[in-house]
Each structure stands twice: as structure tokens, then as C-alpha cells.
Write a protein that binds this ligand. Sequence first.
Ligand code: PLP
Length: 429
Amino acid sequence: MDEFGQLEELDKRHFLHPTSSIQQQQDMGPSFIFKEGRGIYLEDIKGNVVIDGMSSLWNVNVGHGRTELGDVAKEQMAKLAYSSCFGTFSNEPAIRLSASLAALAPGDLQATFFTSGGSEANDTAYKLARHYWILKGKPERKKIISRTKSYHGVTMGATSATGLQPFREFTSSLAPDFFHVAHFNSSALRKLIEAEGPDTIAAFIAEPIQGAGGVHIAPENYFKEVKNICVEYGILFLTDEVITGFGRTGKWFGIEHYGVTPDMMCFAKGVSSGYAQLGGVMLSEQIHEEFKKLSTGTLLHGYTYSGHAMACGVALKNIELVEKENLIENAKTMGEKLLAGLKQIQGKRKIVGEVRGLGLMAAIEFIDKNRKSPVSPLIVNEAAKRGLICRSVLFDGQDTIVIAPPLIIKSEEVVKVIRILDDSIHEIE
Ligand code: PLP
């Protein structure tokens, strides 16, 4: 048996893949066993080279194979990989990263609680929002409102907030006090708040642009309206910038497109471009002040890896690369080029419905009335054969492809992505 065959056997027998079809894994085995990455490209052990059109999971923003990040990780690991940040213990990379985030973040988000990823960031935000209300003498404010088509992660709280129904149905019971509202409807939010009772609601959370749900971009005034509603009813306004943070949309943070600022902000993915497991929640000055009053109590929420020295060191370097290489500007201009290309495809391929995008997050909807089953999985397969990884979204009856290449993508590479997508759609239509 060759190397691939051996690994395939072991994969099937021992590796339970996250967010995957177990049956497909057993039937097909691994489609790619990646061994190396360079820039926007990934190479598998058979020597196939593909464009990582999803930045893996919307996170490898500075591209693959960045030795600068490897060097920082090695140096920091050799010096101090990890030490506890519980209580009064601290470390330099965590301090410096929290200060750097305070300088970058919108509004007065000034203090960061670190986690290992986006789901933990979400659960942390919900718990801290509820704790804030306990401190304010209003413990009955505990309900969390999120939106349809939202994805917030897979821990119990994050699953409960996630609006995509199949994730919620995966488990037999969820966390209580979570409510969902139609995704771009501020009147529906007001109605829900009134129906539930404003004094029972802790927070409203939204992704500035919905990612996993199919790249849905809010109408221009939506976030101003919901922020006003939150202010009116005294509800905390939380944003989940796990995908949209750190340049993906052509600004540092997605919410900056909408001219409002959150009371808390979750982040992960792009903070370290996937080179280290890191996420967090940032709190406004006012919420932080409230927490400081907790002087006689303890913040009974902390992960072993909150403020992990190596991960924070890598994130600092990653942010430096994003700045030095003007990747936010690149996301904006390459995103415009990508969207223009998708619009051209829309013009000539009749199975293409809406195309949309902001920065380097884009989607193509399919409207193939002659078929009973969705076409997007077939197109994703065709694209993979031609050397491009993208993702099909079928939630809520959608038949959509999403694309989110690394922020380092060059003009000629965008052209290549568009050509592969067009050829793949042509093959299927
Ligand atoms: N929030 C959003 C908006 C996400 O897109 C994701 C992951 O895709 C998460 C939270 C969960 O993050 P993680 O997978 O790091 O736990």
C-alpha cells in the first residue's frame, strides 16, 4: 500500500473529522491530505496544487507558509510557550496584544478577554453580558437575541445562538434563553424585544456580514437601526467579527462599514491567520469599568489557554504583516475585482442568480429551475478538479457558493479564480 493508501485507512478508522459527513468520509476517504502551503496555494501528498479559495476556514488571511510567523512561534516557544494568566499572573505577548487590539478596534473597545477560538469567544461574550447585568443589579436581563442565517460556533452557547437550524438540531437540547430574529429586519427585532420584555434581554449579537450562512450583506441602514433599538431598550449590542475582523472586508472590522460601534466584539480566525489557536472578546470602556467594580469577587470565567503567550506573540506578528503589506487595502481592491468578475459570470451564465461580496467575502447564488437537486456541490467539485477550493452553502434552501481567498491574493490570481469558477459553472449548466 502506498503512503496515501495507508493514511486513508488510518483517517477512516481513527480521525473523526469536524463538521463533516461521516458517511462521505467512510465512502470516499480524504479528498486531499495536505502537506504544504505557499501563499494562496495548498499542496497535497499526491502533488496536487490547489488555490485555497476559502483561506481554509476564512482564516489564513496572510496566506500559507509565512516563515515570519513560524520564526516568532519558535522563538516564543523556546522562551516561554505558555504560563497561566489566571489571577494576577501575566505575560508580555498577551499584554502587548491586548494593547494593540485596543488601538485597532472601533469605538471604545479597550479590554480583551482571550480565548482559543471563535466559539469560546461567543460563549464568553454571552456570559460576560449576563454577568454585566448581574453587576448592574438586573440579573433578570439574561436573554440573548441572535439572527436567522447566523453562525456563531459549536460550543453550547454558540450553538444556541446560531441561527442555522441544522446546527441546533444536531443536539437534543440547547442552552435556555436564546432567541432568533429574522436576519435583516430591524422591526422584527423591536417586536421580539417588546414581546419578550426589554428588561429580560441581556444582549443582541450579529455578524457584520454573515459568513457561513452564505455571505449575506446587511442593507446600508440596518445596523444603525438595530444599534438605536438596542440603545433605546438598554440592550447590549454585540458583534461577532470572527470572520469579518482583521481586514477580510476591506476594513479592519466589518462593522466599520456601517458607522456604529458595539459594546462587545468577538474575534478569532484572522487575528492570527490560523497560525495559532486564538480568539477573544473585547469590552467597551464602560463595561470594563463595571467589571472593575467586581473588586470583592472573582471573574469566574477563564480558559487554561486565555492569553497563551505563543499564540499572542504570533498574533502580534500577524497584525504587523497585515499592516506592513497593506492587506486591508488589497482585500478592498481585489474584492472589487473579484465581484466585477462574478458579475460578468452572472451576465453570461443563466443558472447564476444573485452575486454579492464585500472585500474578500463573496457568494454566487444558483437558480437552476430545471433540476431537482442543488448545483452548487457539483460546481464545487468541478472547481476542485480545476484547482480551486470553494464552498457550497445549502442552508435554508440556498444553492450558493462562497469564496474567501487569502488577503494576499494578487490580481492575476483573482483572474484565475474567476476563470475556474466560470469554467466550472459552464461545465455544469
Ligand atoms: N463566529 C463566526 C462568525 C464564525 O464564522 C465562526 C467559525 O466559522 C465561529 C464564530 C466559531 O469559531 P471557531 O470555529 O473558532 O470556534
